[in-house]
Design a protein around this ligand. Structure first.
Ligand SMILES: Nc1ncnc2c1ncn2[C@@H]1O[C@H](COP(=O)(O)OP(=O)(O)OP(=O)(O)O)[C@@H](O)[C@H]1O
Ligand SMILES: [Mg+2]
Length: 254
């Protein structure tokens, strides 16, 4: 089992889109029953990318409180990715779940093992922006952490804070690999191009070698509740996610 955390200091940089589309791209390479996408963000948006707007069972936050574990929490989707939604939790349920996570820092890792996924499954975890109990849980169990950045000054400004997370040993798994991933690159925009260069110079080999281009098909795919690989299989973003998936597989196998 491999666990990949998708994180960022800033909101709106594309964590959820990357989680969903990378999961679909990994499933296209690895086949059925191998890829799971876990939503650890109370926004509860990840399942939309897989067309699960009418799913009836409770999400992982409610299961944690009512049942105590995640057995059978994973929902099949038409995209060969099983999805574990956060669930439509009330304010009280969210607060109680977060207290549980604060008290047991390895709770998510142990629940993933009990979610009846294949032993060689790859589990991608979507997180809310910035420091949180969810982020601590991900750092405790992830084998690979992908920090999503936009090529802009705002993302550049968050690098010191992200670097200090890592230096302070926030990564509970000392063997975890950490890479930055650029999202929404656009060579036709001078500021975007310059910012991508600053980030590449600053981060060097810690930048993943594949960036995701800005591509309106990413937003359109969400409107149609599909991964972009299903919505526009021959588009730029689909190509990028396929390449990123190959790099992730190689990186996890090293
Ligand atoms: N490569 C891309 N090209 C074009 N649009 C994109 C791309 N990636 C993400 N977007 C769009 O950017 C917006 C924010 O994306 P998303 O919701 O994935 O960000 P997020 O980091 O998960 O946000 P939050 O911090 O609120 O959880 C969405 O409208 C999404 O469709
Ligand atoms: Mg999100």
């Amino acid at each position: 089992m491999s666990i990949i955390g998708i994180v960022s200091m800033k909101g709106g940089v594309g964590k959820t889109s990357t989680t969903a589309n990378l999961a679909a791209a990994l499933a296209a390479k690895l086949g059925e029953h191998r890829v799971a996408a876990l939503d650890l963000d109370p926004q509860n948006a990840l399942h939309w990318h897989f067309g699960l707007d009418n799913w009836q069972t409770s999400g992982i936050s409610q299961r944690a409180l009512n049942l105590g574990d995640w057995t059978n929490a994973a929902i099949s989707t038409p995209f060969n990715v099983v999805c574990l939604p956060y669930g439509d939790a009330t304010e009280t349920e969210r607060e109680t779940f977060e207290l549980l996570l604060a008290e047991q820092p390895d709770w998510i890792g142990s629940q993933i093992k009990r979610a009846k996924l294949d032993h060689d499954a790859v589990v991608l975890i979507d997180t809310p922006p910035g420091p949180s109990v969810y982020l601590h849980q991900v750092f405790a169990c992830a084998d690979l952490v992908l920090m999503v950045l936009l090529p802009d000054a705002g993302s550049y400004a968050t690098i010191p804070a992200m670097e200090s997370w890592l230096e302070q040993g926030q990564c509970g798994n000392p063997l975890a690999l950490v890479y930055y991933v650029l999202n929404q690159t656009d060579q036709g925009e001078p500021l975007n191009r310059d910012a991508a260069q600053w980030l590449q110079q600053r981060l060097g080999k810690r930048m993943a070698p594949i960036a995701i281009h800005a591509d309106e098909a990413v937003s359109e795919a969400l409107a149609f509740q599909q991964p972009v690989l299903a919505y526009a299989p021959y588009g730029q973003a689909s190509h990028d996610f396929a390449q990123l998936a190959l790099w992730v597989i190689n990186t996890l196998n090293q």
